[in-house]
Ligand binder design. Structure first.
Ligand SMILES: *[C@@H]1O[C@H](CO)[C@@H](O)[C@H](O)[C@H]1NC(C)=O
Ligand SMILES: *[C@@H]1O[C@H](CO)[C@@H](O)[C@H](O)[C@H]1NC(C)=O
Ligand SMILES: *[C@@H]1O[C@H](CO)[C@@H](O)[C@H](O)[C@H]1NC(C)=O
Length: 365
């Protein structure tokens, strides 16, 4: 070996040792300070919603058959789903790692507090996943259950943490009156209870286009004006704006952390994943290839994002739309207790666990 080459190699060896030490020092720093993992090397905040799904043998985070009272809508394995790859995907943000869900740490951080999911059955879906995640972390913990409509309240007694779901299809009110059921786009009467919570996670979308027998109202009211129907996207925007004004006026965000969940995507149109003609998710066993940024967003997303900009208080957007769009494989399809074709909700365990990991990251900050 010539001398210059030896010199070069010993210099490289030295550099590798130095870099090795730096790498070890950085790993230690990251291990000691989990908050660091959400930051990119240049100190900017990592966009947790920009990334891809990666196969990970260590998933799912729990065995759904051990989860208490898992609802028949979401219990895909029990109702005959045989492919299991859909359980094995972890969400990987492009420039950092999403912290793995730690149920004990979640309960400790929220000690003495109440977290409430408010919205339609997608909120129920996420609540169910969170109950399973927490139960699997502390399987012996005492859970007090209070059921009923509109509130289901599971309290982890040893931690004093209540995990609650409040069923509200539109967030704004529907009231029975002489003329029939009236959807009141400018009224939120349940807000007085909601604002007493410590963490609120809102969601609404599924019901805004329902019509015919599945439509749960007869008239729409805005102020003194009552109409039989109106442009549904405008109705959605008006209802959400009422919600935004309610947050601005009523919620003390120094006490209550407010999150709004992005639109949960459905998979009934194969054009979305280059299989035009396919009309449901029944045969889907793997995610769509690609990144969240390659996904087009549904029109309602733009309405939602523009209304959220009217909120003057600090709130957080749980931007799950694009990352969930990639998961055509995440729905129950016919593997649910009512045997209908469901490409709207999500299997538990499954995609909502990732939503809760994102929620966990947000609460951990
Ligand atoms: C939930 O249940 C706990 C325990 O019973 C109770 O202290 C709390 O007030 C309940 N929260 C709501 C919103 O009902
Ligand atoms: C699926 O989406 C494509 C593109 O948006 C649209 O042209 C087509 O009509 C849709 N198909 C169905 C059955 O809705
Ligand atoms: C949510 O994520 C999508 C896809 O990454 C992005 O296009 C959109 O701007 C994000 N919305 C907000 C409000 O950050």
């Amino acid at each position: 070996m010539s001398k210059p080459q030896r010199d070069r190699e010993s210099k490289m060896g030295f550099e590798m040792r130095v870099y090795g030490w730096i790498a070890i020092a950085i790993s230690i720093a990251i291990c000691l300070c989990p908050c660091l993992s959400l930051e990119e090397t240049n100190g900017e905040r990592c966009n947790l919603y920009e990334g891809t799904w990666v196969y990970d043998e260590s998933y799912p985070l729990y065995d759904s058959s051990t989860c208490p009272h898992i609802r028949l809508e979401y219990d895909c394995l029990k109702y005959g789903r045989v492919d299991k790859e859909y359980l094995k995907y972890r969400w990987k943000p492009s420039t950092c790692d999403l912290p793995r869900f730690d149920g004990q740490s979640f309960l400790t951080k929220l000690k003495g507090k109440q977290i409430m999911f408010i919205g339609d059955s997608v909120s129920l879906n996420q609540w169910q996943s969170l109950i399973c995640l927490l139960h699997s972390a502390v399987p012996k913990a005492n859970i007090i259950q209070q059921g009923g409509d509109p509130i289901t309240n599971y309290t982890f007694k040893d931690y004093g943490v209540s995990v609650i779901v409040y069923h509200s299809t539109y967030l704004v009110d529907i009231e029975g009156e002489k003329i029939g059921r009236v959807l009141k786009l400018d009224s939120i009467k349940s807000g007085n209870l909601w604002k007493q919570m410590d963490v609120l996670v809102f969601n609404t979308w599924l019901w805004w286009y329902r019509s015919g027998p599945r439509q749960p109202w007869d008239y729409i009211q805005i102020g003194d004006k009552i109409v039989k129907d109106m442009d549904r996207m405008e109705a959605f925007r008006t209802g959400l704006t009422t919600w935004a004004n309610w947050v601005n006026k009523e919620v003390d965000t120094s006490k209550t952390k407010v999150l709004f969940q992005g639109i949960s995507p459905m998979h009934y149109n194969g054009t979305q994943w280059n299989e035009p003609g396919v009309t449901n998710c029944a045969k889907e066993t793997t995610p769509i290839d690609g990144t969240s940024s390659s996904q087009g967003l549904p029109p309602a997303s733009y309405v939602l994002q523009s209304v959220l900009q009217k909120v003057t208080k600090p709130i957080e957007f749980l931007n799950i739309t694009a990352l969930s769009e990639l998961r055509k494989d995440g729905h129950p399809s016919s593997h649910n207790g009512f045997h209908g074709m469901d490409c709207t909700h999500w299997c538990v365990a499954g995609v909502p666990d990732t939503w809760n990991e994102l929620l966990y990251a947000s609460i951990s900050e």
